[in-house]
Design a protein around this ligand. Structure first.
Ligand SMILES: [Zn+2]
Ligand SMILES: [Zn+2]
Length: 444
């Protein structure tokens, strides 16, 4: 990277002399501005489907970097508008490379105590007031994309082809990529040859990255279960069919799907994250509603899990003597389900080589697949038609990370109220990593 030949964006050509500057130095020059941008995004998070301001900030920064930007791309299945952003920079013959960031935050009250912590509150789709926090670090991804856009625009002598930056809404509800593709993303902006993304992680220290070859993140099938009984007086259970007792049996029995029905060599998860039933201690309610998330890498395990959920619900209802017309309702939430994320092995090899070239072998790790899920893989189209790779960006304070590791502890991770990416050097490493990978892939 020492001989980086930099050109300034066209908008700056007259104002600034051509500079020969390496990528590290360029990013160092951008860093304090990027950290400020990051803190601003962090303090103003927006929930899935509501990322209007985040999308607009990203669009404006990419426009300033010299990209041709289109906003409001994406149609959800209910017909509502999505806040997707596409930014294109053409630079002669070469591959068309899609680079994706997500935009959305989570309904979590932030408890990091940081000076730039979010105090935002909003309404969720159910109308309840919730805190909002960038607890998955998508603010890191947005800021990294802004830095990468500037670095790529300033180094056009070093790469050839077309960069297609995608700001994707609603990753946390896994319907944002679908919404953009349904709005004819590729018909309007061209089908990419390759697609890459990064995600921050608490499993690695800031300054390092990690990559998985092959299946990288599990697929998710979201399932709603309603156990229906017959309500009654809490003092006269004999006259009711108690759905709360049924829910207790269902919850415990459910765990035998993974431990006794699924192949132990094929990882799977079944978790219940939301349960509602009843309103008063002495009233047996008519139903209990549960929201489940299930994870697996392949169709076979997904089917075993779904069959198991259905049979367990029916079995519990049967043993409680629930009448025919009050049988359990098990519904797959298609909008919140996506297949596993598959890192194309050949592309993973090229990405890893570029990361090692930029960051050194000691800062690039191999990572095992994880059971979290992503909708980024959908940009690869069915059958993995377009090779895709998502790599991990270490985001933890290196000292705290080492101390925690020595104590056998794990620092708070994504989706927790105390997830705390260290802005510097996480952003610096993110921009250098993504720019280096893009530059390596954008060759004729
Ligand atoms: Zn997340
Ligand atoms: Zn995420």
């Amino acid at each position: 990277m020492r001989d980086f030949a930099w050109v300034w964006p066209l908008t700056c050509l007259l104002a600034a002399p051509a500079l020969a500057q390496d990528l590290d130095r360029f990013v160092d020059g951008e860093l304090s501005g990027l950290v400020g941008t990051y803190k601003g995004i962090h303090a103003h998070p927006e929930l899935s489907h509501q990322e209007e301001k985040t999308a607009s900030l990203l669009a404006s920064e990419l426009r300033k970097a010299g990209f041709t930007v289109t906003e409001r791309i994406g149609k959800y299945s209910d017909g509502t508008q999505a806040y997707g952003v596409v930014a294109i920079l053409e630079n002669g013959h070469g591959p068309r490379l899609l680079i994706r960031t997500d935009l959305d935050a989570l309904p979590i009250v932030e408890e990091t105590g940081l000076s730039y912590a979010s105090h935002v509150k909003t309404k969720n789709p159910a109308g309840q007031e919730v805190g909002v926090m960038h607890a998955c670090g998508h603010d890191v991804h947005v800021t990294t994309m802004i830095g990468t856009a500037r670095a790529l625009a300033a180094s056009r002598l070093k790469w050839h082809g077309t960069v297609m930056l995608v700001g994707q809404p609603s990753e946390e509800t896994v319907d944002g990529a679908k919404a953009m593709l349904a709005d004819h993303l590729y018909e309007r902006f061209g089908t990419p040859d390759l697609a890459i993304a990064l995600h921050d992680t608490n499993s690695r220290a800031a300054g390092t990255v990690a990559i998985t070859s092959g299946p990288a993140l599990a697929g998710v099938t979201s399932v709603d279960v309603t156990l229906r009984g017959i309500g009654g007086h809490g003092a006269q259970p004999q006259n009711s069919k108690d759905p709360i007792v049924m829910a207790g049996e269902f919850i415990v029995e459910l765990q035998t799907i993974v431990s006794r029905q699924e192949n132990p060599r094929d990882p799977a998860v079944v978790s219940i994250g939301d349960i509602h039933g009843g309103a008063k201690r002495n009233v047996i309610p008519y139903e209990v509603k549960m929201e489940l998330t299930t994870r697996a890498f392949g169709d076979k395990a997904s089917h075993i899990i779904l069959d198991g959920i259905r049979r367990t619900a029916q079995g519990v209802a049967l043993s409680a003597g629930v009448p025919e017309d009050r049988q359990p309702i098990v519904t797959v939430v298609e909008n919140e389900s996506v297949p596993a994320t598959y890192n194309d092995p050949a592309l993973s090899g090229r990405v890893k080589a570029a990361l090692i070239g930029a960051l050194g072998t000691q800062n690039v790790f191999d990572e095992d697949p994880i059971m979290a899920s992503e909708d980024f893989g959908l940009f690869g189209l069915p059958g993995h038609k377009i090779p895709t790779v998502m790599f991990w960006l270490g985001a933890m304070d290196p000292k705290k990370f080492a101390d925690a590791e020595a104590a056998g502890m794990i620092l708070p991770g994504p989706h927790t109220s105390r997830f705390e990416p260290l802005p510097e050097p996480t952003l610096r490493t993110g921009v250098i990593a993504m720019t280096s990978v893009a530059t390596a892939l954008l060759q004729p």
